[in-house]
Design a protein around this ligand. Structure first.
Ligand SMILES: *Cc1c(COP(=O)(O)O)cnc(C)c1O
Length: 822
């Protein structure tokens, strides 16, 4: 019996897991992004909504009472009541923060400006508050992590006049900090609120501007903390607490709260806006309104999301039913210890990962060593390092973990302060990277070999030790290999720098793709006298299905090869099905029979189905569908009928699929930079008309794959790339530098490198998923998944009218274009 938790007993843990069966084999490790809701919760909510009539609380006393009842439950959840705190409903933490600063009165007269003080390691949503504070003409002061902790931990209050009572004439200072960092789960002290109020941070205030002492107010950003921790407001009393409910319960989204300590409510005087529900009287033709008497009503503009609030009641109930009170007789404390232990286990296991040469494989970005639960939450943030000391980019990690169905968060997680502090990035470097094109949330994970972000793993109560083990297994399988096949570095003379392993240690240190290819520089004029020939041509008549290999020649149409990706399988929601979602699609082998004008659908174990290539207009049923989940272009087409729909539904084991064909009348234009003239027509292929793959590069890749479990032969490996045009030559990788290619009598323009995703990990013969070759491509190109080049058709050369492309034609690359800016 596997150990699932050392806090929650096995049977109880099994019961919890039964609430998340929808995960199937997905390993969810992004609790800090959002918690997950237990399935039973939705049943409770639906049952409630189906059996009660909830009306607008402005119209209906009953609904309003229910909502107010839930305010009481919220306060009880935080171990307090309405005599001490008030609940203002908001759309989430971010709105709570904004509402507070908008309403906060920093000063009572002109001279005393007041201050807005924030910790640099706050979430981005807090940093944005300085813009609101700036409008109020207050001093804006940021504290660094170490200074902040040092001041809070100091024994003596540094202020000249320690005071406990606020003075009406003093300016007000608002301090914002997180109870727990969303970056690495470090818990900032919340037991120092009294000390802060007594002035332990006074030395940071610009005394010269703010002559008189300030009254300190504390706004605690509890969003991250609350997801796995108990906040006891009877023990620690921040003036204001901002939170989002989805981070605790996973549902509902769009609902949060600002908790306000009643004795501090009198500083919230500056809210300007009023809306429905916030005023007692308003005149429409005169500047006259009086805000509501009841505190929270003044802040809740418009109609509350009352159905979401009603769902909250069930959130509390279901969590209490589901989680046994193992620690301190408390649900949240139980969650806290359970998740902390998982994180600690992961931390300790990662800490033990070493490469064969003795180098550590993991660098942590923690502020605690996981030896004190009061200082550390259930989050582990780190990066991985290769044997040679270079970093593995977080995008590379992300691609691999997607493949393993492990959900983690990568990047900077909306916390640039912590990110900069831990990655040692200066402001100038941040700006330079931005100028170089790196933005928050993109895939540029390494700049000059240095990481721009990290990997964050966070645990929820539904996680177990099994999840930790799954992640560790993936990391040791893919990134910290224990057994490597010996590499033979000088086998091919033509390979100069093709293997990173052959570079000297220091050379590889700062290797990224750019430098890598600058170094290679192996293109010289006229080196292509050697034969390059068109070895294979394939079309993929049905998008994401198997290839149809061309025997001798094929016609180039206005959108690429004729019949290439002209059909598509569409789900009942109108969205196209891809191999990513259904790996079995590659087992469907469409064939085009030009002689009999037939498209035949074939799959082992199924009778084939023939469809006419030509349809009379009267037989066409028009339909429209979306190319991808993000429905950016809607494609017009026509349905291929019931028989075809049943056939594909049967083969793939998915109900209500339809086979559709793109209308010839509709033309999709290739997505391109605006200044580019001559946009090309596209069929349903993803980005370009043709994909060219160089067999030599495939061979090179194959030699670099070290995983003994990966048994593809060269042809199988080449097939994974689903190229239309496969060329054979001696040199690998050179195609990446080409600008144009002439094949036989046809000229093509290179549109760029193809960024390959998980599709290449699907064995095109079996539909099985493997880690390779993605892992090796990622490793060889420093995390950039690029393989093959996109082409678009320019036209025939030498006055030929012939639109047929023939196998074995000679291939002539052109590299001397002016445009080498790619
Ligand atoms: C998630 C989070 C926020 C933002 O919460 P929203 O729900 O996106 O408004 C703010 N601060 C911290 C510490 C967080 O973890």
């Amino acid at each position: 019996m596997a150990t699932l938790s050392n806090v929650i007993e096995y049977e109880q843990m099994q019961k919890i897991l039964s609430e998340f069966t929808r995960l199937e084999d997905q390993c969810y490790l992004d609790n800090a992004g959002s918690s997950l809701y237990p399935q039973h919760l939705l049943h409770c909510v639906t049952k409630d909504l189906l059996s009660n009539v909830y009306m607008n609380p402005h119209s209906d006393k009953y609904t309003k009472d229910c909502v107010d009842q839930i305010r009481t439950s919220i306060l009880r959840f935080f171990n307090t009541d309405s005599s001490d705190y008030s609940v203002i409903f908001t759309s989430g933490t971010t709105q709570s923060l904004k509402l507070l600063v908008e309403s906060f009165q920093f000063s009572y007269d002109e001279q005393n400006c007041g201050s807005f003080v924030y910790l640099r390691d706050n979430h981005t949503s807090v940093l944005g508050l300085r813009e609101l504070a700036a409008e109020k003409d207050v001093d804006i002061i940021h504290l660094n992590h170490d200074d902040f902790l040092k001041a809070l931990n100091a024994h003596h209050v540094t202020s000249v006049t320690a005071r406990t009572r606020k003075n009406k004439n003093d300016a007000n200072t608002l301090l914002v900090y997180p109870a727990q960092s969303n970056f690495n789960g470090f818990k900032y002290p919340i037991n120092c609120i009294e000390k802060i109020k007594e002035g332990c941070l006074d030395s940071f205030i610009k005394q010269h501007l703010c002559k008189i002492d300030c009254n300190w107010y504390v706004l605690l950003d509890a969003a991250s903390y609350l997801s796995t921790n108990k906040l006891d407001l009877s023990k620690y009393q921040p003036d204001f607490v901002a939170l989002s409910f989805y981070k605790i319960f996973g549902y509902p989204t769009g609902l949060g709260a600002l908790l306000v300590k009643n004795s501090s409510a009198d500083v919230l005087t500056e809210k300007r806006y009023f809306g429905g529900g916030t005023v007692d009287i308003v005149l429409s033709n005169e500047d006259y309104h009086v805000k509501r008497e009841l505190f929270h009503e003044r802040f809740e503009d418009g109609t509350l999301p009352f159905l979401s609030i009603i769902a909250l009641k069930h959130c509390f109930d279901v969590l209490h039913q589901l989680i046994p009170k193992m620690v301190n007789n408390d649900v949240m404390d139980t969650i806290s210890y359970h998740t902390y232990n998982l994180a600690k286990d992961l931390y300790l296991q990662l800490d033990k990962l070493y490469h064969k040469n003795g180098n550590k494989a993991v660098v942590f970005y923690t502020d605690s060593e996981f030896n004190d639960i009061s200082k550390q939450g259930a989050i582990v943030t780190f990066n991985l390092i290769r044997e040679n000391g270079s970093y593995i980019g977080y995008s590379e990690f992300q691609h691999i973990s997607d493949l393993f169905r492990i959900s983690v968060r990568t990047g900077c997680f909306c916390n640039s302060g912590s990110c900069q502090r831990h990655l040692n990035t200066t402001n100038k470097e941040m700006k330079d990277m931005y100028k170089a094109g790196h933005k928050c949330g993109d895939e540029i994970d390494l700049v000059n070999g240095r990481p721009t972000g990290a990997i964050r793993v966070s645990f929820g109560y539904y996680n177990t030790y099994k999840d930790v083990d799954k992640l560790i297994l993936m990391i040791s399988q893919c990134f910290v290999p224990t057994k490597l096949k010996k590499q033979n570095c000088v086998k091919h003379q033509l390979i100069r720098f093709s293997r990173k392993n052959c570079l000297k240690e220091e050379e590889t240190q700062l290797l990224n793709e750019q430098q890598y290819f600058n170094k290679i520089n192996f293109i010289e004029e006229n080196t292509f006298d050697a034969e390059i020939s068109l070895a294979e041509m394939s079309i993929f008549p049905i998008k994401s299905c198997g290839a149809f290999k061309i025997k001798s020649s094929w016609k180039i149409g206005p959108k690429g090869f004729e019949y290439d990706r002209e059909w598509m399988i569409v789900k009942d929601n109108g969205v196209c099905l891809t191999q990513k979602q259904n790996t079995q699609m590659c087992l469907i082998k469409p064939k085009i029979d030009l002689k009999h004008r037939i498209l035949s659908l074939n799959c082992i174990g199924m009778p084939s189905l023939s469809l006419p290539l030509d349809m009379t207009d009267s037989k066409k049923t028009n339909t429209s569908f979306c190319q991808s989940k993000v429905c950016t272009d809607i494609i017009q087409g026509y349905d291929c009928g019931e028989e075809a729909a049943d056939w594909v539904s049967n083969v793939l084991g998915v109900s209500f699929l339809r086979l559709v064909r793109q209308s010839n009348e509709v033309n999709r234009l290739q997505k391109k930079k605006k200044d580019d003239t001559g946009s090309k027509l596209l069929s349903l292929s993803n980005q370009a008309q043709f994909l060219l793959v160089n067999k030599a590069t495939v061979r090179w890749l194959s030699e670099n794959i070290k995983d003994p479990q990966f048994t593809d032969n060269l042809q199988q490996l080449a097939d994974r790339f689903r190229g239309n045009i496969v060329i054979d030559m001696e040199q690998e990788l050179v195609e990446r530098e080409w600008q144009r290619v002439i094949i036989g009598k046809h000229e093509f323009k290179v549109e760029g490198l193809c960024s390959r995703c998980q599709m290449i990990c699907i064995d095109q013969n079996t539909g099985e998923k493997t880690v390779e070759p993605l892992r090796t491509i990622s490793e060889q190109f420093a995390g950039k998944l690029r393989f093959g080049i996109y082409l678009s058709y320019i036209g025939t050369v030498g006055g030929s009218e012939d639109r047929m492309l023939k196998l074995k034609s000679s291939v002539k690359p052109v590299t001397n274009d002016d445009d080498i800016s790619r």
